[in-house]
Design a protein around this ligand. Structure first.
Ligand code: NAD
Length: 542
C-alpha cells in the first residue's frame, strides 16, 4: 500500500449530447426505450452483493402511461434491513482499508460506464420511470451522474492533500477516516444523478451504505446498481433496499452503529428523520452526521430594467422543465408593472407552444408528473385557484389522469403576494406571478425574503447593476444558489455546487468537497522523532 502519490484524471464535465433528429444518440436511446418499455424487469433488493427476491412485490409503471407495466420490484421485511446493516458492517472491515486509488478506480470506471455503454439505458430508464424528456434525462442521468462521479474523485484527492504543518522533529499527518459504523442514503425520485451520488460519494470516502431509493425511481436505481456492480463495488459496500420507508428508517436509525444520514427529499420527512436521530442519540456509538437537501420555493425577481424576453424565457424554462419537479424550479415570480404586459404575452406564447405527452415522442417538452399523489395535490391547488377571487389562471389549469398524470403547465397571477401558491412548495408545473409597482422594488425584495420558509434558489433579472447589487444584498439569505440574469435551475457539478439553507437543507453543497468532508472523521497523527527522556523543562533549573 502507499507506493506513489498518484494524480487522478482531471475531472471534466460530460458534454451534453443534442439528440437532434438524425443523430446516432437519438436512434440509440429510442431503441433502448422501445425495448425496455415492451419488456418487464424484476428488481431485487441488493444485499451483500446478492439479489434478494422477497416475493412481496409492487409494479413499476411509467407516469405517462400508468396502466402499462414495465416491471416489478421487491419489498424488504425488517429482517432484510437488519441483514443489510450487518453485511455493511462486515464489508467495512475490508472496504475501509482499501487504498484510495482503488476506490477511485471503481468510481471512475462507473463514470465511464454511464458515459458510454450504459448511457442510452440509463436515459431510457429515466424517461420511462420518471417521465423525463430526453434532454432532461441526458442532463441528469447521464451527464450529472458522470460529473458527480468524476469530480468527487478529484475532490477526494484534494481533501487528502489538506495536511497540517510539520517541524523537523515532528511529522504531523491527517488521515481522513471513513465514519465508524454504517451510513444511510435516502434519495428522491426526481434526479437519477442524486440517487446515484448519495450512496456513491459516501462509499468513495471509504464508508459502507444502506441505500433506500424512492419508490418512484426504482427503474433507474436498478441501472445504477448494475453499473456499480460492473464497476467493481464489492459486495456489502452499497446495499439497496426498497419498501416501507418508515419501517426501513426505524430499523436503520435504531442501530447503535448508524453514523450518517445523506438525505435528499422533502423538508417534512427530513425534519422527522432528524428528530428521530435526536431521540435515539443516547444509543449511538458516535454522533451521526446529518446532511439533508430539501424543498424549495424558488423565485425570479425581474427589475424594471429587465429585457422582457429574458424574463419570459427564464420563466418558461425555469418553471416548466421536467414539469416543475426540480427542487430549484421557479415557482413564484415578481414582475414590475411596466414590463408585465410584454412578459405576459411572451410567457403565454411560450406556454401555448409546449407540447405535452410521452417522452418517446421527442417533440414533447412536457410529460407527466410523477404519481397520482402528486397529480391529485396539484389538481387540488389549481381547482382552488379557479375559485379564489384574488387570483387568475392565465395559462393552463387543465389536468387529466386517464392515461398518464398530465397537468397542464399553469400560470397563476395573484393580487395577494402571500397567496398559498406563492408560499407552498407544489412541486409541479405551476408558477404564480405577483405584479408589483415599479417604484416598490425595495419592498418587493423584502417580500421575497419573507414569503417562504425555504432558501434554495432564486434569480434576479436586470440590466441595472445598482438593482442587481441591491437584490444580491437584500436576498442574501433566501437562496443558497443565486442567479443573476439566468433562470434559477440547471446547476452543474464542478461549476455551481448546489444546496440551500433555512428549510431547504443543511447546505452541504452536493458535488463539492464540503459535502465529502461530512463523510470523513479526520484522525490527527503526530509522530515525534526524538522522544523526550526527562519530564523537566529548563525553567525548572536552579
Ligand atoms: P420525499 O420526501 O417524498 O421522498 C424522499 C425520500 O424519502 C424517498 O426515498 C422516500 O421514500 C423517503 N421517505 C418518504 N417518507 C419517509 C419516511 N416517513 N421516513 C423515511 N423516509 C421516507 O421527496 P420526493 O417526492 O422523492 O422528492 C421531492 C422533494 O425533494 C421536493 O421537496 C424537492 O424540493 C426535494 N429535493 C430537494 C433537492 C435539493 O437538492 N435541495 C433535490 C431534489 C429534490
Amino acid at each position: 500500500m502507499g507506493k506513489g502519490f498518484f494524480n487522478v484524471p482531471i475531472a471534466i464535465n460530460e458534454p451534453v449530447k443534442s439528440y437532434a433528429p438524425g443523430s446516432p444518440e437519438r436512434k440509440e436511446v429510442l431503441e433502448a426505450y422501445k425495448t425496455m418499455f415492451n419488456s418487464k424487469i424484476d428488481v431485487p433488493l441488493y444485499i451483500n452483493g446478492q439479489n434478494i427476491t422477497t416475493g412481496n412485490t409492487r409494479t413499476i409503471s411509467p407516469p405517462h402511461d400508468h396502466q402499462h407495466i414495465v416491471g416489478t420490484y421487491h419489498l424488504a421485511e425488517q429482517s432484510h434491513i437488519d441483514e443489510a446493516i450487518s453485511t455493511a458492517l462486515e464489508a467495512r472491515k475490508t472496504w475501509s482499508l482499501m487504498p484510495w486509488e482503488q476506490r477511485a478506480g471503481i468510481f471512475l470506471k462507473a463514470a465511464e460506464l454511464v458515459a458510454g455503454p450504459y448511457r442510452a439505458k440509463i436515459n431510457a430508464a429515466t424517461m420511462i420511470g420518471q417521465s423525463k424528456n430526453i434532454y432532461q434525462a441526458e442532463i441528469d442521468s447521464a451527464c450529472e451522474l458522470v460529473d458527480f462521479l468524476r469530480f468527487n474523485v478529484q475532490y477526494m484527492t484534494d481533501i487528502y492533500h489538506e495536511q497540517p504543518e510539520s517541524t523537523s522533529d515532528a511529522w504531523n499527518r491527517i488521515e481522513y477516516r471513513p465514519l465508524e459504523g454504517f451510513t444511510y442514503a435516502v434519495s428522491p425520485f426526481n434526479f437519477t444523478a442524486i440517487a446515484g451520488n448519495l450512496p456513491a460519494c459516501m462509499a468513495l470516502m471509504g464508508n459502507v451504505v444502506v441505500w433506500k431509493p424512492s419508490d418512484s425511481q426504482v427503474y433507474s436505481a436498478k441501472v445504477i446498481m448494475d453499473i456499480f456492480e460492473e464497476a467493481g463495488v464489492p459486495p456489502g459496500v452499497i446495499n439497496v433496499v426498497f419498501g416501507d420507508p418508515v419501517m426501513i428508517s426505524n430499523t436503520v436509525l435504531a442501530s447503535p452503529d448508524f453514523s450518517g444520514l445523506h438525505f435528499t427529499g422533502s423538508t417534512f420527512i427530513f425534519k422527522e428523520l432528524w428528530k428521530q436521530i435526536g431521540n435515539n442519540i443516547h444509543n449511538y456509538k458516535t454522533y451521526p452526521r446529518i446532511v439533508g437537501e430539501t424543498g424549495g420555493k424558488d423565485f425570479i425577481v425581474a427589475h424594471k430594467s429587465a429585457n422582457p424576453k429574458h424574463v419570459a424565457t427564464a420563466i418558461a424554462r425555469g418553471a416548466f422543465e421536467f414539469q416543475g419537479q426540480k427542487c430549484s424550479a421557479a415557482s413564484r415570480a415578481y414582475i414590475p408593472k411596466s414590463i408585465w404586459a410584454e412578459v405576459k404575452a411572451l410567457v403565454l406564447e411560450d406556454v401555448k407552444s409546449f407540447k405535452m405527452g410521452s417522452p418517446e415522442d421527442m417533440s414533447n417538452f412536457i410529460t407527466a408528473v410523477i404519481h397520482e399523489g402528486s397529480f391529485d395535490k396539484l389538481a387540488k391547488y389549481i381547482d382552488q385557484a379557479k375559485k379564489d377571487s384574488e387570483v387568475e389562471i392565465i395559462a393552463g389549469g387543465g389536468h387529466d389522469k386517464s392515461k398518464g398524470y398530465f397537468i397542464e403547465p399553469t400560470v397563476i397571477v395573484t393580487k395577494d403576494p402571500k397567496y398559498t401558491t406563492m408560499c407552498t412548495e407544489l412541486f409541479g408545473p405551476v408558477i404564480t406571478i405577483y405584479v408589483y409597482e415599479d417604484n416598490a422594488y425595495a419592498e418587493t425584495l423584502k417580500l421575497v425574503d419573507e414569503t417562504s420558509e425555504y432558501a434554495l434558489t432564486g434569480a434576479i433579472i436586470s440590466k441595472d447593476r445598482y438593482a442587481i447589487t441591491q437584490a444580491t444584498e437584500a436576498l442574501q439569505n433566501c437562496a443558497g444558489n443565486f442567479y443573476i440574469n439566468d433562470k434559477p435551475t440547471g446547476a452543474v457539478v464542478g461549476q455551481q455546487p448546489f444546496g440551500g439553507a433555512r428549510a431547504s437543507g443543511t447546505n452541504d453543497k452536493a458535488g463539492s468537497p464540503q459535502n465529502l468532508l461530512r463523510w470523513v472523521s479526520p484522525r490527527m497523527i503526530k509522530e515525534t522523532f526524538v522522544t523526550p527522556l526527562d519530564y523537566r523543562y529548563p525553567f525548572l533549573g536552579e
